[in-house]
Design a protein around this ligand. Structure first.
Ligand code: GLC
Length: 647
């Protein structure tokens, strides 16, 4: 990728370099040019050994669009021209650069100390190093035990889990031009089949980012936010079709490639995957929503609002919003997506309006509303956002909610109601209430169902959607408490030996065949199909903190602590009670590690959860109650005169 191909230089990462951007920004970030130069001639010299040791695979022949970055001083500039390169795939992570230009405010010491401890000079810690540290920790624990008794043992071992988790998290950091920009999905030295787990996934980085923020390590989060922003408008295509502008990639990888016209030098490129290489070619709808949520958390935690105020960041927020708020054919205010567009990124029958996406959507809308700087051009967008927030929360609270009372109501539904004031609006046939649900629904508690379509309610309990509905306030206060009540009542189904089941129950038999397409990875009680994911601990903890019920999270953390470190931080567990490490589970899965750390940090400082939680303001509450009083389901008399819901 040559500098000559850059269209223009418009924006900079470092405040030291002047901004050229006019405030009158169009709706696209694609005109922003962002380019940085990193002189890596020395890397090339060490090339063959380095490449061999990192198992670089020659990919000549495959054409991959990628994003070049060369570092020059403190400024980063972006080149909009997409190079089609024959890439040598090579992870380039330079631990020595942790003390580089971007590491400010005393971060160096923490990283460097830890890097030294682990003798880090590459991205992946030697397995033996980690094991050695563990053994050392264990030895010191048993010494302690001998000397001071059981309680010390318990504290010491918990402390050592945390210590180990921090070391592993730090070892998973990925560097780009000398600065940390993310964490690798899994760092499992025993697994030769890494697939794309050597990439930085946007959704996986969120708990890492939050852990870093809570630890006061802001730079990696800032870099992640700004670099992924640059990938947002990358022109990726699948069979000549481009995804919507504003889509954030599912993941990206740092590659080292030969520099055009210079045999001795290489450059690093960020190579995003928008789903065009992902298994199943799934579109990562959640990435942009998580990006907005993390951006707000960064500002709240670090106090540095300059990132969210940047013109390119504001444009990035607006691009995501425009993509989500665009008119379509849909009758519902919920976001219409294909299967596998979120954490569950395989076919699992969650196409349509899955709860997880709606909870993230609501959360991202509230976060964006807080961060958007008012300007003339954004009034329409803000109006659309406000209207959507109200309609969305009404729709979810009203139609996704079930508890004993509502279930009984559905059980007695009349069908085929053609009218404006139908009670059974979506024409749900009561026979679809599954027998398991009749047994399972506790007397106290309730939850939001997984999906709602015409004549179909997906009654499965999806954890992330429910937990984030609590965290974001999409669920009402009463509903939020009821969700936590249900979690307590159904502890043996949702937690058992490892928190937290991704969904309940699993699809079995013919349902599994038809809905998953006979997916051997998603067999009953495994992976996405009722598997247990330790990473969900952090979302559980945020929800508990929001509702001031920390004891639930504390209990779940203590269950996790019994196994996580011993089992080498697996990605997921299998079986109904989460007794086995998952069939194809990666070990040293970063978001299992980071999820645990976030849970611990929040238990120690419950107030810190506020960087992630949101509340309705009075304007929205008023608009919502206006909508409630106009709902024909509650008010079945003659239609009242014209109602207006515009905020
Ligand atoms: C699996 C998960 C997905 C995650 C990815 C990387 O595909 O389903 O949610 O982002 O692994 O860990």
């Amino acid at each position: 990728m040559s500098m000559g191909t850059s269209k223009a230089v418009l924006h900079v990462l470092s405040g030291a370099v002047p901004q050229f951007l006019s405030s009158d920004l169009c709706s696209s970030n694609s005109d922003l040019v962002f380019y940085s130069k990193c002189l890596v001639k020395s890397v090339k010299k060490k090339g063959p050994k380095y490449l061999r040791s990192l198992k670089c695979s020659g990919m000549s022949g495959s054409q991959i669009g990628s994003y070049g970055c060369k570092c020059l001083g403190g400024g980063l500039y972006r080149n909009t021209t997409i190079d089609r390169l024959k890439l040598l795939s090579c992870k380039c992570q330079q631990a020595e650069s942790v003390s580089g230009v971007d590491m400010g405010r005393g971060n160096e010491a923490w990283f460097v100390d830890n890097a030294k401890k682990l003798n880090l000079n590459g991205s992946i810690p030697e397995f033996e190093d980690v094991e050695k540290l563990k053994r050392e920790n264990e030895a010191s624990i048993s010494n302690d035990k001998a000397g001071t008794g059981k309680s010390t043992f318990a504290t010491a071992s918990v402390d050592s889990f945390e210590e180990e988790a921090w070391e592993l998290l730090q070892a998973s950091m990925v560097y780009y031009c000398g600065s940390p920009v993310g964490t690798i999905a899994a760092n499992d030295p025993t697994n030769s089949n890494v697939l794309n787990y050597d990439q930085v996934f946007i959704r996986d980085f969120i708990p890492s980012g939050i852990a870093f923020l809570l630890k006061g390590e802001y730079d990696i989060v800032r870099n992640f936010i700004l670099h992924t922003l640059q990938l947002q408008s990358w022109e990726k295509t699948m069979d000549c079709h481009s995804p919507g502008q504003g889509l954030m990639p599912a993941s990206f990888k740092v590659r080292t490639v030969p520099l055009d016209g210079d045999d001795l030098a290489t450059e690093e490129v960020l190579d995003p995957d928008f789903g065009e290489a992902a298994i199943g070619r799934v579109a990562p709808v959640d990435s942009g929503l998580w990006w907005i949520i993390l951006l707000r958390a960064y500002g709240k935690c670090s106090g540095d609002l300059s990132v969210q105020e940047r013109v390119d960041v504001q444009t990035g927020i607006k691009m995501i919003l425009r993509l989500c708020l665009a008119d379509g054919f849909d009758m519902f205010p919920t976001l219409l997506v294909t299967d596998g567009s979120c954490m569950i990124d395989r076919r699992m029958g969650i196409h349509g309006h899955p709860l997880e996406i709606q909870a993230l959507f609501y959360s991202a809308l509230l976060c964006a509303r807080e961060m958007l700087t008012p300007e003339d051009g954004s009034a329409d967008l803000l109006r659309a956002l406000n209207n959507r927030l109200v309609a969305l929360s009404f729709h979810i609270r009203e139609y996704y909610w079930i508890d004993m009372r509502k279930l009984n109501e559905i059980y007695r539904y009349k069908t085929e109601e053609y009218s404006y004031d139908a009670v059974n609006k979506f024409n749900i046939y009561p026979d679809q209430i599954s027998p398991w649900l009749v047994e399972w629904m506790p007397n106290k508690g309730g939850y939001l169902i997984g999906n709602l379509q015409p004549a179909h309610m997906d009654f499965r309990f999806f954890s992330l959607g429910n937990l984030w509905a609590v965290a974001s306030g999409l669920a009402t206060t009463a509903q939020s408490h009821a969700i936590l009540d249900l979690i307590e009542a159904k502890w043996t189904d949702l937690v058992a030996e490892m928190p937290f089941k991704i969904c309940y129950p699993a699809l079995e038999g013919q349902e599994w065949q038809i809905i998953t397409g006979c997916d051997p990875k998603n067999t009953p009680w495994s992976y996405h199909n009722g598997g247990s994911w330790p990473t969900l601990l952090w979302q559980l903890t945020v929800a508990c903190m929001k509702m001031n019920r920390p004891e639930i999270a504390a209990k779940a953390v203590s269950v996790a602590e019994k196994r996580l470190s011993r089992d080498k931080w697996p990605e997921y567990y299998d079986t109904k009670k989460a007794r086995f490490i998952g069939k194809q589970s990666h070990l040293f899965q970063t978001w299992s590690i980071a999820g645990y750390l976030v849970a611990k940090l929040l238990l120690a400082d419950p107030d810190a959860a506020k960087i992630l939680t949101t509340e309705e303001d009075s304007e929205l509450v008023n608009a919502f109650s206006c909508m409630i009083s106009a709902n024909p389901r509650r008010k079945r008399g003659p239609k009242s005169s014209k109602q207006t819901y515009i905020v």
